[in-house]
Design a binder for this molecule. Structure first.
Ligand code: NAD
Ligand code: TYD
Length: 336
Protein backbone atom coordinates (compact mmCIF):
# COMPACT_ATOMS: atom_id res chain seq x y z
CA UNK A 1 0.00 0.00 0.00
CA UNK A 2 1.10 3.55 -0.73
CA UNK A 3 -0.22 5.95 1.88
CA UNK A 4 -0.34 9.71 2.33
CA UNK A 5 -0.08 10.67 5.99
CA UNK A 6 -0.57 14.33 6.90
CA UNK A 7 0.75 15.95 10.07
CA UNK A 8 3.25 13.11 10.49
CA UNK A 9 5.82 15.35 12.21
CA UNK A 10 3.46 15.89 15.15
CA UNK A 11 2.92 13.75 18.20
CA UNK A 12 0.43 11.07 17.09
CA UNK A 13 1.36 11.15 13.39
CA UNK A 14 5.03 10.44 14.14
CA UNK A 15 4.16 7.53 16.44
CA UNK A 16 1.81 6.19 13.75
CA UNK A 17 4.34 6.41 10.88
CA UNK A 18 7.07 4.66 12.85
CA UNK A 19 4.76 1.86 13.99
CA UNK A 20 3.34 1.42 10.48
CA UNK A 21 6.73 1.17 8.77
CA UNK A 22 7.78 -1.30 11.43
CA UNK A 23 4.73 -3.51 10.99
CA UNK A 24 4.13 -3.33 7.21
CA UNK A 25 7.43 -3.95 5.44
CA UNK A 26 6.17 -3.44 1.88
CA UNK A 27 4.19 -0.22 2.43
CA UNK A 28 5.43 3.26 1.55
CA UNK A 29 4.46 6.54 3.22
CA UNK A 30 4.54 10.13 2.04
CA UNK A 31 4.31 12.53 4.98
CA UNK A 32 2.86 15.97 4.16
CA UNK A 33 3.50 18.35 7.03
CA UNK A 34 3.71 22.15 7.14
CA UNK A 35 6.16 22.11 10.07
CA UNK A 36 4.20 24.52 12.20
CA UNK A 37 5.49 25.14 15.73
CA UNK A 38 4.16 21.62 16.58
CA UNK A 39 5.84 19.79 13.72
CA UNK A 40 9.30 18.45 14.44
CA UNK A 41 11.20 16.29 11.92
CA UNK A 42 13.35 15.04 14.83
CA UNK A 43 10.32 12.92 15.77
CA UNK A 44 10.96 10.87 12.61
CA UNK A 45 14.77 10.86 12.65
CA UNK A 46 14.71 7.02 12.92
CA UNK A 47 12.99 6.65 9.54
CA UNK A 48 14.26 9.76 7.72
CA UNK A 49 16.57 7.68 5.50
CA UNK A 50 14.21 4.73 5.03
CA UNK A 51 13.57 4.41 1.25
CA UNK A 52 9.89 3.69 2.03
CA UNK A 53 9.47 7.12 3.65
CA UNK A 54 9.26 10.53 1.92
CA UNK A 55 8.79 13.89 3.60
CA UNK A 56 7.02 16.76 1.80
CA UNK A 57 6.97 20.14 3.54
CA UNK A 58 3.65 21.81 2.75
CA UNK A 59 0.27 23.03 3.89
CA UNK A 60 -2.82 20.79 3.53
CA UNK A 61 -4.87 23.95 2.94
CA UNK A 62 -2.83 24.71 -0.20
CA UNK A 63 -5.15 22.91 -2.59
CA UNK A 64 -2.87 23.43 -5.62
CA UNK A 65 0.01 21.76 -3.79
CA UNK A 66 -2.20 18.94 -2.51
CA UNK A 67 -3.68 18.35 -5.97
CA UNK A 68 -0.19 18.25 -7.55
CA UNK A 69 0.96 15.71 -4.96
CA UNK A 70 -1.93 13.40 -5.85
CA UNK A 71 -1.34 13.97 -9.58
CA UNK A 72 2.31 12.86 -9.25
CA UNK A 73 1.64 9.53 -7.52
CA UNK A 74 -1.16 7.11 -6.73
CA UNK A 75 -2.16 6.90 -3.07
CA UNK A 76 -4.21 3.92 -1.94
CA UNK A 77 -5.06 5.53 1.38
CA UNK A 78 -4.90 8.84 3.27
CA UNK A 79 -4.65 9.27 7.03
CA UNK A 80 -5.26 12.89 8.02
CA UNK A 81 -3.62 13.86 11.31
CA UNK A 82 -2.65 17.41 10.28
CA UNK A 83 -4.37 19.94 12.49
CA UNK A 84 -3.97 22.81 14.84
CA UNK A 85 -4.53 20.79 17.99
CA UNK A 86 -4.25 22.94 21.11
CA UNK A 87 -7.45 24.31 22.68
CA UNK A 88 -5.70 27.25 24.42
CA UNK A 89 -4.18 28.40 21.12
CA UNK A 90 -7.59 28.13 19.43
CA UNK A 91 -8.92 30.65 21.93
CA UNK A 92 -6.14 33.08 20.84
CA UNK A 93 -6.19 32.48 17.05
CA UNK A 94 -9.41 30.73 15.95
CA UNK A 95 -8.97 31.69 12.28
CA UNK A 96 -5.84 29.56 11.93
CA UNK A 97 -7.84 26.57 13.21
CA UNK A 98 -10.51 27.10 10.58
CA UNK A 99 -7.94 27.36 7.82
CA UNK A 100 -6.06 24.18 8.64
CA UNK A 101 -8.70 21.99 10.26
CA UNK A 102 -11.63 22.87 7.99
CA UNK A 103 -10.23 24.16 4.68
CA UNK A 104 -7.22 21.84 4.88
CA UNK A 105 -9.41 18.79 5.41
CA UNK A 106 -11.67 19.81 2.52
CA UNK A 107 -8.68 20.24 0.21
CA UNK A 108 -7.48 16.71 1.06
CA UNK A 109 -10.94 15.17 0.71
CA UNK A 110 -11.33 16.78 -2.70
CA UNK A 111 -7.98 15.62 -4.04
CA UNK A 112 -8.61 12.11 -2.66
CA UNK A 113 -11.94 12.06 -4.50
CA UNK A 114 -10.39 13.31 -7.76
CA UNK A 115 -7.76 10.58 -7.63
CA UNK A 116 -9.82 7.55 -6.55
CA UNK A 117 -8.32 6.99 -3.08
CA UNK A 118 -9.66 3.71 -1.65
CA UNK A 119 -9.67 4.69 2.02
CA UNK A 120 -9.56 8.06 3.79
CA UNK A 121 -9.22 7.96 7.57
CA UNK A 122 -9.87 11.32 9.17
CA UNK A 123 -8.52 11.66 12.71
CA UNK A 124 -11.00 13.57 14.80
CA UNK A 125 -11.47 13.91 18.55
CA UNK A 126 -13.98 13.17 21.32
CA UNK A 127 -14.03 16.95 21.95
CA UNK A 128 -16.53 17.37 19.09
CA UNK A 129 -19.21 15.92 21.39
CA UNK A 130 -18.82 18.75 23.92
CA UNK A 131 -18.89 18.44 27.70
CA UNK A 132 -20.60 15.67 29.69
CA UNK A 133 -22.47 16.01 32.97
CA UNK A 134 -21.65 13.61 35.82
CA UNK A 135 -23.28 10.62 34.10
CA UNK A 136 -23.12 8.96 30.67
CA UNK A 137 -20.61 8.49 27.88
CA UNK A 138 -20.13 9.67 24.31
CA UNK A 139 -21.33 7.14 21.72
CA UNK A 140 -20.97 7.55 17.97
CA UNK A 141 -24.58 8.82 17.83
CA UNK A 142 -24.15 11.52 20.50
CA UNK A 143 -25.04 14.86 18.84
CA UNK A 144 -22.07 17.13 18.18
CA UNK A 145 -21.87 20.06 20.58
CA UNK A 146 -18.36 21.55 20.33
CA UNK A 147 -17.58 24.39 22.73
CA UNK A 148 -14.09 25.65 21.80
CA UNK A 149 -12.85 27.01 18.45
CA UNK A 150 -10.65 23.88 18.24
CA UNK A 151 -13.49 21.41 18.72
CA UNK A 152 -15.82 23.46 16.50
CA UNK A 153 -13.26 23.34 13.68
CA UNK A 154 -12.83 19.57 14.15
CA UNK A 155 -16.63 19.08 14.12
CA UNK A 156 -16.87 21.08 10.88
CA UNK A 157 -14.18 18.86 9.33
CA UNK A 158 -16.10 15.74 10.40
CA UNK A 159 -19.24 17.07 8.71
CA UNK A 160 -17.25 17.69 5.52
CA UNK A 161 -15.86 14.15 5.65
CA UNK A 162 -19.41 12.75 5.78
CA UNK A 163 -20.53 15.18 3.07
CA UNK A 164 -17.85 13.68 0.78
CA UNK A 165 -19.02 10.17 1.70
CA UNK A 166 -22.74 10.85 1.21
CA UNK A 167 -22.51 13.11 -1.82
CA UNK A 168 -19.56 11.66 -3.73
CA UNK A 169 -19.16 8.19 -2.14
CA UNK A 170 -15.57 8.86 -1.04
CA UNK A 171 -14.78 5.96 1.34
CA UNK A 172 -14.18 7.94 4.52
CA UNK A 173 -13.97 6.78 8.15
CA UNK A 174 -13.76 9.19 11.08
CA UNK A 175 -12.09 8.28 14.38
CA UNK A 176 -12.84 10.14 17.63
CA UNK A 177 -10.30 9.44 20.33
CA UNK A 178 -9.84 10.69 23.89
CA UNK A 179 -6.72 12.47 25.25
CA UNK A 180 -3.47 10.81 24.16
CA UNK A 181 -0.17 10.70 26.04
CA UNK A 182 3.24 9.19 25.33
CA UNK A 183 6.58 9.97 23.66
CA UNK A 184 6.99 13.05 21.43
CA UNK A 185 4.00 14.99 22.78
CA UNK A 186 4.64 18.71 22.43
CA UNK A 187 5.38 20.30 25.83
CA UNK A 188 2.34 22.60 25.83
CA UNK A 189 -0.11 19.74 26.51
CA UNK A 190 -0.92 18.79 30.09
CA UNK A 191 1.40 15.84 30.75
CA UNK A 192 4.66 16.97 29.08
CA UNK A 193 4.16 20.54 30.34
CA UNK A 194 3.77 19.33 33.91
CA UNK A 195 6.76 16.97 33.61
CA UNK A 196 9.00 19.75 32.25
CA UNK A 197 7.83 22.25 34.89
CA UNK A 198 8.19 19.80 37.77
CA UNK A 199 11.72 18.87 36.69
CA UNK A 200 12.63 22.57 36.56
CA UNK A 201 11.05 23.16 39.99
CA UNK A 202 8.48 25.49 38.39
CA UNK A 203 4.82 25.79 39.41
CA UNK A 204 2.28 23.45 37.80
CA UNK A 205 -0.62 25.60 36.51
CA UNK A 206 -3.88 23.73 37.15
CA UNK A 207 -6.88 25.35 35.46
CA UNK A 208 -9.74 26.07 37.89
CA UNK A 209 -10.42 23.44 40.54
CA UNK A 210 -8.56 20.71 38.60
CA UNK A 211 -11.58 18.40 38.76
CA UNK A 212 -12.08 18.30 34.98
CA UNK A 213 -12.07 14.67 33.91
CA UNK A 214 -10.43 13.14 30.85
CA UNK A 215 -9.71 9.62 29.59
CA UNK A 216 -6.01 9.14 28.93
CA UNK A 217 -5.00 6.65 26.22
CA UNK A 218 -1.45 5.61 25.42
CA UNK A 219 -0.59 6.84 21.91
CA UNK A 220 0.41 3.33 20.72
CA UNK A 221 -3.07 2.01 21.55
CA UNK A 222 -4.61 4.86 19.52
CA UNK A 223 -2.31 4.10 16.57
CA UNK A 224 -3.33 0.41 16.59
CA UNK A 225 -6.98 1.44 16.50
CA UNK A 226 -6.30 3.66 13.47
CA UNK A 227 -4.60 0.70 11.71
CA UNK A 228 -7.73 -1.40 12.24
CA UNK A 229 -9.98 1.35 10.90
CA UNK A 230 -7.66 1.75 7.91
CA UNK A 231 -7.85 -1.98 7.16
CA UNK A 232 -11.43 -2.89 8.02
CA UNK A 233 -13.38 0.22 9.05
CA UNK A 234 -16.66 0.54 7.18
CA UNK A 235 -16.83 3.63 4.93
CA UNK A 236 -19.14 6.33 6.26
CA UNK A 237 -18.69 5.15 9.87
CA UNK A 238 -17.41 6.83 13.01
CA UNK A 239 -15.27 4.90 15.49
CA UNK A 240 -14.89 6.17 19.05
CA UNK A 241 -11.59 5.24 20.73
CA UNK A 242 -11.21 5.35 24.50
CA UNK A 243 -10.02 3.33 27.43
CA UNK A 244 -12.66 3.77 30.15
CA UNK A 245 -10.29 5.27 32.73
CA UNK A 246 -11.54 8.82 33.28
CA UNK A 247 -9.56 10.66 35.90
CA UNK A 248 -9.51 14.26 37.22
CA UNK A 249 -6.59 16.43 36.12
CA UNK A 250 -5.43 16.95 39.72
CA UNK A 251 -5.12 13.21 40.23
CA UNK A 252 -3.06 12.86 37.03
CA UNK A 253 -0.72 15.60 38.25
CA UNK A 254 -0.38 14.01 41.70
CA UNK A 255 0.58 10.69 40.08
CA UNK A 256 3.22 12.52 38.02
CA UNK A 257 4.66 14.19 41.10
CA UNK A 258 5.01 10.82 42.83
CA UNK A 259 6.81 9.36 39.79
CA UNK A 260 9.11 12.40 39.60
CA UNK A 261 9.62 12.59 43.37
CA UNK A 262 8.58 16.25 43.46
CA UNK A 263 6.39 17.95 46.13
CA UNK A 264 2.67 18.72 45.76
CA UNK A 265 3.48 22.27 46.83
CA UNK A 266 4.39 22.90 43.15
CA UNK A 267 0.68 22.70 42.25
CA UNK A 268 -0.80 26.13 41.61
CA UNK A 269 -4.48 26.68 40.81
CA UNK A 270 -4.79 29.35 38.10
CA UNK A 271 -7.67 31.04 36.27
CA UNK A 272 -9.83 28.48 34.45
CA UNK A 273 -9.73 28.06 30.65
CA UNK A 274 -12.76 29.86 29.12
CA UNK A 275 -15.41 27.33 28.06
CA UNK A 276 -13.42 24.55 29.72
CA UNK A 277 -15.15 21.19 29.07
CA UNK A 278 -15.84 19.52 32.40
CA UNK A 279 -15.90 15.85 31.53
CA UNK A 280 -15.21 13.51 28.59
CA UNK A 281 -15.93 9.76 28.68
CA UNK A 282 -15.99 7.44 25.71
CA UNK A 283 -18.05 4.41 24.87
CA UNK A 284 -15.62 2.47 22.66
CA UNK A 285 -17.71 -0.68 22.36
CA UNK A 286 -18.26 -0.27 18.60
CA UNK A 287 -14.59 -0.51 17.61
CA UNK A 288 -14.15 -3.42 20.05
CA UNK A 289 -17.14 -5.27 18.62
CA UNK A 290 -16.61 -4.54 14.91
CA UNK A 291 -12.82 -4.42 14.61
CA UNK A 292 -11.64 -6.36 17.67
CA UNK A 293 -9.68 -3.43 19.15
CA UNK A 294 -8.78 -3.22 22.80
CA UNK A 295 -6.20 -1.11 24.63
CA UNK A 296 -3.09 -2.87 25.97
CA UNK A 297 -1.54 -0.18 28.16
CA UNK A 298 -2.99 0.63 31.59
CA UNK A 299 -2.67 4.28 32.65
CA UNK A 300 -0.25 3.76 35.55
CA UNK A 301 2.12 1.69 33.38
CA UNK A 302 1.88 4.07 30.42
CA UNK A 303 2.42 7.09 32.66
CA UNK A 304 5.54 5.56 34.22
CA UNK A 305 6.89 4.68 30.74
CA UNK A 306 6.13 8.21 29.50
CA UNK A 307 7.87 9.86 32.45
CA UNK A 308 10.85 7.58 31.80
CA UNK A 309 10.86 8.67 28.12
CA UNK A 310 10.85 12.39 29.02
CA UNK A 311 13.68 11.80 31.52
CA UNK A 312 15.70 9.84 28.93
CA UNK A 313 15.04 12.34 26.14
CA UNK A 314 15.55 15.66 27.88
CA UNK A 315 17.37 17.15 24.88
CA UNK A 316 14.26 16.59 22.70
CA UNK A 317 12.00 18.80 24.81
CA UNK A 318 14.64 21.15 26.20
CA UNK A 319 15.48 22.13 22.63
CA UNK A 320 11.80 22.92 22.00
CA UNK A 321 11.37 24.88 25.20
CA UNK A 322 14.49 26.93 24.52
CA UNK A 323 13.25 27.80 21.02
CA UNK A 324 16.44 26.40 19.51
CA UNK A 325 14.60 23.98 17.26
CA UNK A 326 12.39 26.78 15.83
CA UNK A 327 15.47 28.69 14.76
CA UNK A 328 16.98 25.58 13.18
CA UNK A 329 13.83 24.68 11.23
CA UNK A 330 13.27 28.29 10.18
CA UNK A 331 16.73 28.13 8.57
CA UNK A 332 16.00 24.74 6.97
CA UNK A 333 12.42 25.24 5.84
CA UNK A 334 11.60 28.95 6.18
CA UNK A 335 9.47 30.65 8.80
CA UNK A 336 6.02 29.13 9.37
P1 NAD B 1 0.23 17.94 17.00
O1 NAD B 1 -0.16 19.36 17.23
O2 NAD B 1 1.28 17.33 17.85
O3 NAD B 1 0.70 17.75 15.48
C1 NAD B 1 0.04 18.35 14.40
C2 NAD B 1 0.92 18.21 13.16
O4 NAD B 1 0.18 18.76 12.04
C3 NAD B 1 2.24 18.97 13.26
O5 NAD B 1 3.28 18.17 12.75
C4 NAD B 1 2.01 20.18 12.37
O6 NAD B 1 3.20 20.68 11.77
C5 NAD B 1 1.05 19.62 11.34
N1 NAD B 1 0.23 20.66 10.70
C6 NAD B 1 -0.46 21.65 11.32
N2 NAD B 1 -1.06 22.43 10.40
C7 NAD B 1 -0.76 21.90 9.19
C8 NAD B 1 -1.11 22.24 7.86
N3 NAD B 1 -1.88 23.31 7.59
N4 NAD B 1 -0.65 21.47 6.85
C9 NAD B 1 0.13 20.40 7.10
N5 NAD B 1 0.51 20.04 8.35
C10 NAD B 1 0.06 20.78 9.37
O7 NAD B 1 -1.13 17.13 17.07
P2 NAD B 1 -1.42 15.64 17.62
O8 NAD B 1 -1.62 15.70 19.08
O9 NAD B 1 -0.41 14.72 17.03
O10 NAD B 1 -2.86 15.38 16.96
C11 NAD B 1 -2.95 14.79 15.67
C12 NAD B 1 -4.43 14.68 15.30
O11 NAD B 1 -5.12 13.89 16.27
C13 NAD B 1 -5.15 16.02 15.25
O12 NAD B 1 -6.03 16.00 14.15
C14 NAD B 1 -5.92 16.07 16.56
O13 NAD B 1 -7.10 16.84 16.41
C15 NAD B 1 -6.24 14.61 16.76
N6 NAD B 1 -6.41 14.18 18.18
C16 NAD B 1 -5.44 14.47 19.11
C17 NAD B 1 -5.59 14.02 20.41
C18 NAD B 1 -4.53 14.28 21.45
O14 NAD B 1 -4.76 14.00 22.64
N7 NAD B 1 -3.35 14.78 21.10
C19 NAD B 1 -6.73 13.30 20.78
C20 NAD B 1 -7.70 13.02 19.81
C21 NAD B 1 -7.51 13.46 18.51
P1 TYD C 1 -4.85 19.51 27.18
O1 TYD C 1 -3.63 18.66 27.25
O2 TYD C 1 -4.71 20.91 26.66
O3 TYD C 1 -5.96 18.69 26.38
P2 TYD C 1 -7.53 19.04 26.12
O4 TYD C 1 -7.83 20.41 26.52
O5 TYD C 1 -7.62 18.85 24.64
O6 TYD C 1 -8.30 18.00 26.92
O7 TYD C 1 -5.47 19.62 28.63
C1 TYD C 1 -5.90 18.48 29.35
C2 TYD C 1 -6.61 18.96 30.58
O8 TYD C 1 -5.67 19.62 31.42
C3 TYD C 1 -7.70 19.98 30.29
O9 TYD C 1 -8.77 19.77 31.22
C4 TYD C 1 -7.05 21.32 30.58
C5 TYD C 1 -6.06 20.98 31.69
N1 TYD C 1 -4.83 21.78 31.72
C6 TYD C 1 -4.45 22.43 32.90
O10 TYD C 1 -5.12 22.33 33.95
N2 TYD C 1 -3.30 23.15 32.90
C7 TYD C 1 -2.52 23.31 31.76
O11 TYD C 1 -1.49 24.02 31.82
C8 TYD C 1 -2.93 22.64 30.57
C9 TYD C 1 -2.13 22.76 29.30
C10 TYD C 1 -4.09 21.90 30.60
Amino acid sequence: MKMLVTGGCGFIGANFIKAHLNNFASDTIVNLDALTYAGNPDNLADVAHDPRYTFVCGDIANSALVESLFAEQIFDAVVNFAAESHVDRSIETPQLFLKTNVMGTQSLLHAALNHGVKKFVHISTDEVYGSLGPEGKFTETTPLSPRSPYSASKAAADHLAFAYFNTYHLPVCVTRCSNNYGPYQFPEKLLPLMIANALAGKELPVYGDGMHRREWIYVGDHCRAIELVLENGRPGEIYNIGIDNEIPNLEVIRKLLVLLDRPESLIRHVKDRPGHDRRYAIDASKIARELGWKPFVQFDDGLAATVRWYLDNRSWWEKIISGEYRQYYARMYGNR
